[in-house]
Design a protein around this ligand. Sequence first.
Ligand code: BG6
Ligand code: MG
Length: 229
Amino acid sequence: MSLAMVRKIEIKGLIFDLDGVIADTAHLHYKAWCKIGDQLGFNLSKAQNEKLKGVSRKDSILKIANWAGKSFTEAELDSLALEKNENYLSYCQTLGTKDILPGVYDFINASVNKGLKLAVGSASKNAKLILQKLGIINLFSIVVDGNVVENSKPDPEVFLKSAEILELEPKNCIVFEDSQAGIQAAIKAGMFSVGVGLENLRSCDHKIENFEGLDPEQLLTQLSNIIYQ
Ligand code: BG6
Ligand code: MG
């Protein structure tokens, strides 16, 4: 116990990734990328797709081109990214409150009632549109998305900008993330990280399968005394 270090934190803000944390859209991104992969004669595996989660559209097409062993001009890359987005948006047409992931709505409402500041920190340029479709955009103080950051996760920019706008210190924020790139971004931002989902996320401070039955009060109590050995 002598080497144990107790970190006490006061959580004042929650920063949520969007795709795969709030919205059941990660599989739609995958489907849209697979369609582009097919055109390139390339089969995008689930393991490779994990490496695209949290990553910007532009960086994603660069990775896919690289895995497929193809080289493209900037204009061709832009055109492939545009096509992917058109496909993705067509899959998103029917999105609504039914596509909010389990427990998220109640957790977010309870967090707002508790006086916590809430932000969305997403790589997606479609984040506001998706949140509007889900009918929950008004629950967040701020949405920091792929339109306002220059550097994609694992760069911490999206989370640092969220905390700055919320007027909070990074150490007083929790990030909820379903991607390894996002967990790395949270760590680099100096924030507490909660991994969401069934994927094998490394290095997060805490892991939950989903938000079902999760009470923010309970979670914060659980996280406020963490012993590292
Ligand atoms: C992230 C997703 O949230 O946003 C990625 O995890 C996606 O899969 C990225 O590529 C960019 O999204 P968009 O909507 O701008 O293409
Ligand atoms: Mg995500």
